[in-house]
Design a protein around this ligand. Structure first.
Ligand SMILES: NC(=O)c1ccc[n+]([C@@H]2O[C@H](COP(=O)([O-])OP(=O)(O)OC[C@H]3O[C@@H](n4cnc5c(N)ncnc54)[C@H](OP(=O)(O)O)[C@@H]3O)[C@@H](O)[C@H]2O)c1
Length: 354
C-alpha cells in the first residue's frame, strides 16, 4: 500500500449493486475508487466514466494484477465468489465480498482460510450491521431489560414480477422490458441455480444473520420448506433451534410485497425493527421496545448512510493494519446455516449442524 491512509479499491463486475457501493467509496474519507474490471471493455469504460474510477480493465484478473489496488469489492454472481476471492487473496488484495458469501459451507471455509493464510481481510457486504442502529439494538438486547432472549422472528421479501415491470428496473442485457418471470430467467442471476440464485442466499441471508447476531451462537439444527421456480427457492420458510430452548424463524421470498423486519422476544420484553435491512427513512433509523406492561418506546438513532459505514469500517481496519477476525467468522457461520437450510428444504428433513 503506497499511502497508508488511503485504501484504493477495485471492483470486479459492473453489477447493479456496485453503483451504491462505489458511491459509498467516494464519500468515505480514506477510501478511493481506483479500478473497475468487466467481461466487456465497453461496459468497463462506460462504468468507469459514470462512477468515477480512474482505471478500467476488460477482465477481473487485470484488477487483481494492478499493484495499486489494495482491496476489491466482489459483486459477482454467488457461484463466482469462491474463485475470485481465492484469486484476490493470492494477489494480496483485501476482499469485501457480496452475500451470499458462497454456494456451500466448504467454499466459504476455504475463502476464509485463504484470506487468513495471506493475512488479508474478508468481509461479507451485509450493511445493516455497520449502522449505529445495530449497535444500539444490540445494547438493548444485552442490557437485561428484555429478560432472557427466547425467539427471533424475521422476514425479507419483495415481489419480483411487479419489480421487473417497472421501467427503471430493466434487467442488464435484456433486449426489452421484461414482463414475466420466465422471460427474466436468462438475465436475472436470482433465478439461476448454477449462478447461486434463490431467495435464501439473497434475502434469507439477512434473516439468518439477524438470528446469529441476536443469539451470538449457531443453531443446533434447522428445518426449511420452500416453493421452487426454475430450481431456485422462490419462497422459503426456515426454523432454527438454538441451545436453551431458543428458536428463530423467518420467511423470505420473491412473491410478496417489500418486507424487511425482525422481532426479538425475551421473557420480559421485545424489540421490533420494521426495516432492519435498510432504514426506510435514512433520516429516521428507528426501532421499538415493548415491555410486559404493554408499554412501548420508539428509539431513533444517528443517521449515517449504512453502506458508507460498511466501507469506512472495512477501509479503517485495512489502513490501520488490523485484520478483524470476527467478520469472516460470522460470514462463514451464516453460510453454514444457509447451506443447512438449503439442504433441509431440498431433502424435506431436519438438518443438524455439527
Ligand atoms: N449488499 C446488498 O445490499 C446487495 C444488494 C443487491 C445485490 N447484492 C448481491 O450482489 C451480487 C450481485 O447482485 P446484482 O443484482 O447487483 O447483480 P447483477 O447486476 O446481475 O451483476 C452481476 C455482475 O456480475 C458479472 N458477471 C460475471 N459473470 C456473470 C454471469 N454469468 N451472469 C451475470 N453476471 C455475471 C457482470 O459484470 P460484467 O458483465 O461487468 O463482468 C454483472 O454485472 C449478488 O451476490 C447479490 O446477492 C447485495
Amino acid at each position: 500500500m503506497s499511502d497508508p491512509k488511503t485504501v484504493r479499491w477495485g471492483v470486479l463486475g459492473t453489477a447493479r449493486i456496485a453503483t451504491k457501493v462505489s458511491s459509498a467509496i467516494h464519500s468515505t474519507p480514506g477510501a478511493e475508487l481506483l479500478a473497475i474490471g468487466s467481461r466487456s471493455p465497453d461496459r468497463a469504460n462506460q462504468w468507469a466514466q459514470q462512477h468515477g474510477a480512474s482505471q478500467s480493465y476488460a477482465s477481473y484478473q487485470e484488477v487483481l494484477e494492478d499493484d495499486r489496488v489494495d482491496a476489491v469489492y466482489i459483486p459477482l454472481p454467488p457461484s463466482m465468489h469462491h474463485e475470485w476471492t481465492l484469486k484476490a487473496a493470492e494477489h494480496g488484495k483485501h476482499i469485501l465480498c457480496e452475500k451470499p458469501l458462497a454456494v456451500s459451507a466448504n467454499q466459504a471455509a476455504e475463502m476464509a482460510a485463504a484470506c487468513q493464510q495471506h493475512n488479508r481481510q474478508l468481509m461479507d457486504a451485509v450493511m445493516w450491521v455497520h449502522h449505529p442502529r445495530a449497535t444500539a439494538m444490540k445494547a438493548a438486547l444485552t442490557d437485561g431489560t428484555l429478560g432472557t432472549l427466547k425467539r427471533v422472528t424475521s422476514a425479507f421479501s419483495f415481489h419480483m414480477e411487479n419489480w421487473l415491470q417497472r421501467p427503471e428496473n430493466q434487467l442488464p442485457g435484456a433486449p426489452q422490458q421484461i414482463a414475466t418471470l420466465e422471460e427474466a430467467i436468462p438475465y436475472e442471476l436470482r433465478l439461476q441455480r448454477d449462478l447461486g440464485g434463490g431467495a435464501l442466499g439473497d434475502l434469507g441471508w439477512y434473516c439468518v444473520r439477524a438470528s446469529l447476531w441476536a443469539f451470538d451462537e449457531l443453531p443446533e439444527r434447522v428445518l426449511a420448506t420452500a416453493r421452487f421456480f426454475n430450481d431456485v427457492d422462490f419462497n422459503l420458510s426456515g426454523l432454527m433451534w438454538f441451545s436453551n430452548n431458543r428458536v428463530a424463524s423467518f420467511d423470505c421470498g420473491y412473491d410478496q410485497v417489500w418486507r424487511k423486519w425482525f422481532e426479538v422476544t425475551g421473557t420480559d420484553g421485545s424489540l421490533v425493527c420494521d426495516d432492519f435491512v435498510n432504514p426506510r427513512d435514512p433520516q429516521k433509523p428507528r426501532y421499538w421496545t415493548h415491555n410486559g406492561a404493554l408499554e412501548s418506546q420508539e428509539h431513533v438513532t444517528a443517521t449515517p448512510i449504512q453502506e458508507q459505514c460498511m466501507v469506512e469500517h472495512f477501509s479503517t481496519a485495512i489502513a490501520q493494519g488490523q485484520i478483524n477476525t470476527q467478520w469472516p467468522t460470522i460470514a462463514v457461520n451464516t453460510q453454514r446455516v444457509c447451506s443447512a437450510l438449503d439442504e433441509s428444504a431440498r431433502t424435506e428433513r431436519i438438518v443438524e449442524l455439527h
